[in-house]
Design a protein around this ligand. Structure first.
Ligand SMILES: Nc1nc2c(ncn2[C@@H]2O[C@H](COP(=O)(O)OP(=O)(O)OP(=O)(O)O)[C@@H](O)[C@H]2O)c(=O)[nH]1
Length: 570
């Protein structure tokens, strides 16, 4: 517990004690003033007593001396001076009696002195009267009696006694006054220093407490600010969780990867405002990733198509972050001019589910990147990967339900569903698409000669051949009976004709081992139609290719006819 807190209970007592001491000091000072005033009065009183005594003694001596001078010289001046002493003696004798009223001893001495002085003055007056009436000789005789001398000795003794007594009193009073003065000084010093010390301790305690209060206040403000920040962060996190939850729900309802990508673009824009990027899907061949959706705005741009080798995230199978503390080793599919790229950050998160690379989420933006964005992007990528995996599994199941069990190729329903999608995709990108229709020649005769089972084996062999000669992105299907169709996205007429020729030649050299007998080879006729020149809808393209196929049959079979002009492939 801090010292200031320990002192708090004693603070009131210290203030009360200080107040008492200060009151005491004030009282002591008043008392000392009174004491000094009283002492001064006493000292003054002693001096007045001593002064009056001295005056009486001097005046009586002067009166004596002048009277004697008058007796011897007869000079009126001396008589006059003698007479001038009389009122002085009278005045001071009366004053001395009054002054000594407080001291019986001195009072008695004063009265005795008054009597002696009066007696002496009467003697002097008698002598002057004799001088004036009977002459100097009689006056001299009167003075020679020695009575006057004795009276003067008595007066001297009395005045000495009075003076000695007063000096003793004065010394005692001075000593008492000095003692009292020291006591007052000590009381004042103690009375001032102690409250000052107490007040100093309290002041220091108050200063410490004030400082501690300020620290506590600052700490409280800091705690409030942190609380507010954590509340804002909590709100932001709960909002992000809400969006991610809603996103998961939306992904579950997505029908296609395309749709999932569009939903992802919207969600990332909401979760990571001020950023931009793209969602890529890796082709089944794993050799090319294609941007399926674009979101936000960014100073950087990522290519529409990219080989996995150009992205560190796809290469390493883990998120790749650039900018700030993450370094500046960017993937080569990311571009930006020198100014805009400066200070920008990028984040590539591979879309991986159950060990399979499915695509890529690329995000970039201006300024510093924080861990929160990375976490959000990775959470989105994780959900998207799972959704893509589910969609692809669903697609696989769907595709399997759309496979022809005899040949392993897609069935006609699958072709009808996917030709439309592929056609739209190529149309969107301004790319061509070709359709090849193929029919085994004289299959009825083959069936008749070798049996239906052998016919099945031949159809399975043709299916296998077609699977071997088509790409992953092509759609090879059994259109019906012994008729087949192959959709070649992003393929021109010329390339499609080359592929058709390869197929024709492969079938022409294909034999079937059945019942230990090698059957065949057989031949096939093919018709080729290409978007956009031969038509812009699935129905028209298939019809044109089919029409070309029948023209090939009519032209003698084992050949290829393109939709717009007749051409022998044999
Ligand atoms: N073994 C077998 N035969 C089938 C199957 N589906 C259809 N066929 C037969 O295929 C034959 C088709 O004969 P056509 O339509 O006359 O044609 P083609 O004999 O090949 O003559 P061209 O097409 O004019 O060269 C029919 O006999 C059908 O019974 C099948 O799944 N297995």
């Amino acid at each position: 517990m801090p010292t200031s807190s320990r002192l708090r209970p004693y603070r009131l007592a210290a203030i009360a004690l200080s107040a008492v001491l200060l009151v005491g000091v004030a009282g002591a000072m008043l008392w000392s003033i009174r004491v000094f005033t009283h002492s001064t009065d006493l000292v003054k009183h002693s001096f007045q007593v001593m002064n009056s005594t001295e005056v009486i003694r001097s005046a009586i001596r002067a009166a004596e001396s002048n009277a004697r001078g008058f007796r011897m010289s007869g000079r009126p001046q001396m008589q006059h001076e003698y007479e001038s002493m009389l009122p002085v003696i009278q005045l001071h004798t009366s004053r001395l009696i009054a002054l000594t009223a407080d001291s019986p001893t001195q009072h008695l001495r004063a009265q005795t002195l008054q009597a002696a002085v009066t007696s002496r003055l009467r003697g002097i007056a008698d002598m002057i009267e004799v001088q004036q009436s009977q002459g100097t000789g009689q006056a001299l005789a009167l003075s020679r009696t020695g009575k006057g001398f004795e009276q003067m000795l008595l007066i001297n003794d009395i005045t000495d006694s009075i003076l000695a007594e007063e000096q003793g009193l004065l010394a005692a009073r001075s000593a008492a006054t000095t003692r009292q003065a020291w006591m007052v000084v000590a009381a004042i010093v103690i009375g001032i220093v102690l409250p000052m010390l107490l007040l100093g301790v309290m002041l220091s305690s108050l200063i410490r407490e004030n400082r501690r209060s300020r620290l506590l206040e600052r700490g409280a403000l800091e705690a409030v600010r942190e609380l507010e920040e954590s509340l804002v962060q909590r709100d932001r996190l709960s909002e992000q969780r809400r969006i991610l939850g809603a996103y998961a729900g939306l992904l579950q309802s997505c029908q296609t990867v395309d749709e999932a990508m569009r939903v992802t673009a919207q969600v990332v824009t909401e979760l990571l405002p001020g950023t931009g990027g793209r969602c890529y899907v890796l082709r089944a061949s794993q050799n090319l990733a294609e941007a399926m959706s674009t979101f936000g705005e960014s100073p950087l741009r990522s290519d529409d198509m990219l080989e996995p080798d150009r992205c560190w995230a796809l290469r390493r199978g883990q998120p790749h972050h650039t900018g700030g503390r993450h370094g500046q080793v960017r993937c080569t599919h990311v571009h930006g001019n020198a100014t805009s790229a400066e200070g920008a950050w990028t984040l590539c998160v591979p879309l991986i589910a159950q060990g399979n690379s499915l695509g890529l989420l690329h995000v970039s933006g201006d300024g510093g990147s924080d861990g929160e964005r990375g976490t959000i992007a990775e959470a989105v990528a994780e959900q998207l990967s799972l959704a893509m995996m589910n969609l692809q599994l669903r697609e696989t199941l769907r595709v399997q339900s759309l496979r022809d069990s005899l040949t392993g190729l897609f069935n006609r329903r699958y072709l009808e569903e996917n030709l439309q999608r592929e056609l739209l995709r190529c149309e969107r990108r301004g790319l061509p698409l070709s359709v090849i229709m193929l029919d085994v020649d004289h299959f009825k005769r083959f069936n008749d000669q070798h049996g239906h089972v052998a016919g099945d084996a031949l159809l399975a062999r043709v299916g296998h051949t077609l699977q071997g000669l088509t790409r992953n992105e092509d759609i090879a299907c059994r259109y019906g009976g012994e008729e087949f169709a192959i959709v070649l996205p992003e393929t021109t007429r010329e390339v499609a004709l080359q592929r058709a020729e390869e197929i024709r030649q492969a079938i022409a050299s294909t034999t079937v081992l059945h019942m230990r007998k090698t059957l065949g080879p057989t031949t096939a006729s093919l018709g080729v139609a290409t978007f956009p020149e031969d038509g812009d809808s699935p129905v028209v393209l298939v019809e044109r290719a089919d029409a070309a196929l029948y023209r090939a049959k009519a032209a003698g079979r084992d050949r290829i006819i393109e939709a717009s002009r007749a051409k022998s492939g044999a």
